[in-house]
Ligand binder design. Structure first.
Ligand SMILES: C[S@@+](CC[C@H](N)C(=O)[O-])C[C@H]1O[C@@H](n2cnc3c(N)ncnc32)[C@H](O)[C@@H]1O
Length: 282
């Protein structure tokens, strides 16, 4: 039972206790003191990093590290509004709850098709998708799609000035690391399909697949549009599109353009201050 999005009351089953603990862990919400330790080496690049290097080497040799101690804001974690240091997912609690809701409906209504997340970072949202399938006894596959090298430099006019690609140090997470994260939670199996590369190159190869859930989390216009144009037609009626980055202008424009092009009128449902979803009706 959630009150103001914080779990308060007793939990109804071991399954819901498992899912609750998992999602809290994946977003680093279980650390109720809200303290994170950020290695100094990760905070700096360029000249400062070069100057720090010999000092850090010496400190590390003595088995010490220099860290910045920063308290994080639990409200922001609930709403996925910060970039967490230790979490496997940055999407926050409300969007995790939304994943759980959509998968429960898909299984209950027997909606055909696999699940896909485009933009996985450390894998947390996809890991939670897998846990939900597991507890529902579903054999659906999950396509885990990313460059695993961060975001592309903007090329589309709607992405002009986008600087996500410069946050390479934080946003680029190797496929091997994401696989390890699945493994850490005991959730890596043959139904987890990794698709490495830019969406413009990988999405065309998925045109023959059938989907029940498309989770868009690529932040930019191009990274959203490339996915919708290639695979939206393969989403079953009754399936869901989750738009993690509705609050970002490039992503919102891509979704708005695509829906206008296709004359899609399904209601957009608000998840939190950033994300929306819709359920395909026709
Ligand atoms: C905000 S992060 C995803 C967050 C993640 N869903 C979570 O649970 O925390 C965005 C991810 O999208 C990937 N990405 C963005 N645009 C891409 C593109 N055009 N092709 C491939 N990967 C892309 C980045 O590499 C990054 O891992």
């Amino acid at each position: 039972m959630y009150k103001n999005d914080v779990l308060t009351g007793p939990i109804s089953s071991i399954t819901s206790l498992y899912l609750k603990n998992l999602k809290h862990t994946l977003i680093d919400f279980h650390r109720l003191d809200g303290i994170q330790y950020i290695p100094l080496a990760k905070r700096h690049s360029g000249l400062v990093a070069a100057l720090l290097k010999p000092i850090m080497r010496l400190i590390n040799r003595l088995n010490y590290d220099l860290v910045q101690v920063r308290k994080f804001d639990l409200r922001k974690r609930i709403n996925g509004e910060d970039w967490p240091e230790n979490a496997e997912s940055m999407i926050g609690l409300k969007r995790m709850n939304n994943i759980q809701y959509c998968i429960e409906q898909i299984v209950k209504d027997n909606i055909e098709g696999d699940l896909i997340e485009t933009g996985v970072w450390r894998g947390g949202a996809s890991i939670f998708m897998k846990a939900n399938l597991l507890v529902q006894g579903s054999q659906k596959r999950i396509f885990v799609c990313d460059s695993f090298e961060g975001l592309p430099r903007p090329t589309h006019k709607e992405d002009k000035g986008d600087i996500h690609y410069t946050h390479h140090q934080y946003l680029a997470v190797a496929q091997e690391q994401v696989a390890k994260n699945f493994q850490k939670y005991g959730l890596l199996d043959d139904n987890i399909i990794f698709k490495k590369g830019w969406f413009k190159d990988t999405m065309p190869s998925l045109r023959a697949e059938k989907f029940s859930l498309i989770r868009l989390d690529g932040d930019m216009y191009e990274s959203t549009m490339d996915v919708l144009q290639n695979i939206y037609d393969n989403l079953s009626v009754g399936g869901y599109v989750i738009v993690d980055d509705w609050a970002l202008p490039g992503c919102q424009k891509a979704v708005t353009d695509f829906r206008a092009e296709r004359n899609l009128t399904e209601k957009l449902v608000t998840i939190d201050n950033i994300a929306v979803y819709w359920r395909k009706e026709k």
